[in-house]
Design a protein around this ligand. Structure first.
Ligand code: G6P
Ligand code: MN
Length: 445
């Protein structure tokens, strides 16, 4: 089984490789091909993987290439984890937005639109190449903004591209934990778009345990989302939102916290990761130790401005490893070995949410087997959530249209229609600002 990782010089590749090393079963991945545009990043990551594999018998073979077509040929699975414009691009996404007084997060609001606008053309090119060179491959998209990018790729790969995110799994796991339930036995009734979904129930043996949590203020205040949103707001909603909804429900506070931060998240990661890749150029450095130290620091500071603005304190030790690689491995195993399982994934709606068309990519529990991922039937969302989902999906569609046509007016429309962009003039200035700093947006005429 051959797995190709695009963005193979990326910092989180060792997480995936670590998960593969733990997989001893028949039909496992035996060959990993790393593809990246940057050969130095490839050699840095290859060093970490070699140290990970040192004591493991039959570790999957690793090869690296900067030739995309060569990487794709013969792949059974393709993980797409690219970052167009790098972390410098992410920092610019944040800076330009904050200068206009709006949020520049990489997946939410103006920042997510800017990142989407420069990523979609690249993702579409990859999808076309996969369709031509590895038509039987399954593509697992990790690239943010994951829902939008998955939808762009699905126009060329149909159901053979599946988007993943670890936030819903982490959320489900935390809720199960505070309820004393086994996450593996629980069905998480979750739906929405990527980074824009709600847990409306948690069923164990057919019984919904969530009302017990919603009724208990102390229990509600004891885990990450309870601390971020506050028990009162969760009780008002009657649901537990994905942590990224903090940017919507507490927009003013998060924008303020991000503007006051010493460094934005993107700028922090840009500098932190530059240090890691620099260190990897020294042959005497221990690659795995340096990687692990950098990873721990990255995880500890995840969403720190949000937590600070909400007075939520430090992250819990159990929350530190997101489990993104576990979702990827579980998905790949289910498909490759026909091991039927349920996972929350980004797939085409196909009637699941009646307010969206069939091709809209949504985030929803799916039954996965050798035939791919099939969304399960879920109850409709309440009106306030439907409103947000429809508004953001409409924005995503404008992004896809702008990427296809190169129309600047359509790009302005995408920003202007977003619920977190409060004026058409702001949208115009955002397009100005972003096209100035991002070479990847030169196509917007
Ligand atoms: C969560 C999100 C991902 C995101 C990751 C890392 O897992 O669901 O979409 O890529 O956090 O965030 P960071 O700010 O460390 O890049
Ligand atoms: Mn995510």
């Amino acid at each position: 089984m051959k797995l190709t990782i695009l963005g193979g010089g990326g910092f989180r590749v060792p997480l995936v490789y670590g998960a593969l090393l733990g997989d001893r079963a028949e039909g496992r991945v035996t060959h990993v091909v790393l593809h990246d545009l940057d050969a130095e990043r490839l050699s840095a990551v290859t060093r970490v993987l070699a140290e990970q594999a040192a004591q493991v018998p039959d570790a999957p073979e690793v090869t690296a290439t900067t030739d995309l077509d060569e990487a794709l040929r013969g792949a059974d699975f393709v993980f797409s984890a690219i970052r167009v414009g790098g972390l410098e691009g992410r920092a610019n996404d944040e800076r330009v937005a904050l200068a206009q007084g709006v949020l520049g997060q990489e997946t939410v609001g103006a920042g997510g639109i800017a990142y989407g606008l420069r990523t979609v053309p690249v993702a579409v090119d990859i999808a076309r190449r996969v369709a031509r060179l590895a038509p039987d491959a399954w593509v697992i998209n990790f690239t943010n903004p994951a829902g939008l990018v998955t939808e762009a790729m699905s126009r060329h790969l149909a159901g053979r591209v599946i988007g993943i995110c670890d936030s819903p799994v982490g959320l489900g796991r935390r809720i199960a934990r505070v309820l004393g339930a086994n996450p593996r036995e629980a069905f998480i009734d979750y739906v929405g778009l990527n980074h824009l979904g709600w847990v409306r129930g948690l069923r164990v043996a057919g019984r919904d345990e969530l009302p017990r949590l919603l009724a208990d203020t102390e229990l509600l205040g004891s885990f990450e989302e309870g601390k971020l949103f506050g028990p009162d707001w969760l009780q008002s909603l009657g649901a537990v939102p994905n942590e990224y909804l903090h940017y919507y429900y507490f927009n003013r506070e998060t924008v303020r916290a991000y503007s006051q931060a010493e460094k934005t998240r993107g700028a922090f990661l840009r500098d932190q990761q530059a240090g890691f890749y620099e260190e990897m150029k020294r042959p005497e450095a221990s690659a795995l130790t340096a990687w692990d130290r950098t990873r721990a620091e990255r995880e500890a500071t995840y969403m720190s401005e949000n937590r600070e603005s909400a007075g939520a304190g430090e992250r819990e030790a159990d929350d530190l490893s997101g489990g993104y690689e576990k979702v990827a491995l579980a998905l790949m195993r289910a498909i490759a070995r026909d091991e039927r399982t349920t996972l929350i994934l980004n797939v085409r709606n196909q009637g699941t949410l009646s307010v969206l068309d069939a091709d809209a990519v949504i985030e929803v529990p799916c039954l996965v087997d050798a035939n791919g991922a099939h969304p399960v039937a879920v109850a409709p969302l309440p009106d306030h959530a439907t409103g947000l989902v429809c508004a953001v999906k409409a924005v995503e569609r404008e992004v896809l249209a702008a990427a296809e046509s190169g129309s600047r007016a359509t790009a302005v429309k995408a920003f202007a229609l977003h619920p977190l962009v409060d004026s058409v003039n702001v949208a115009r200035r955002l397009v100005e600002g972003y096209t100035e700093v991002h070479p990847g947006l030169a196509y917007l005429g």
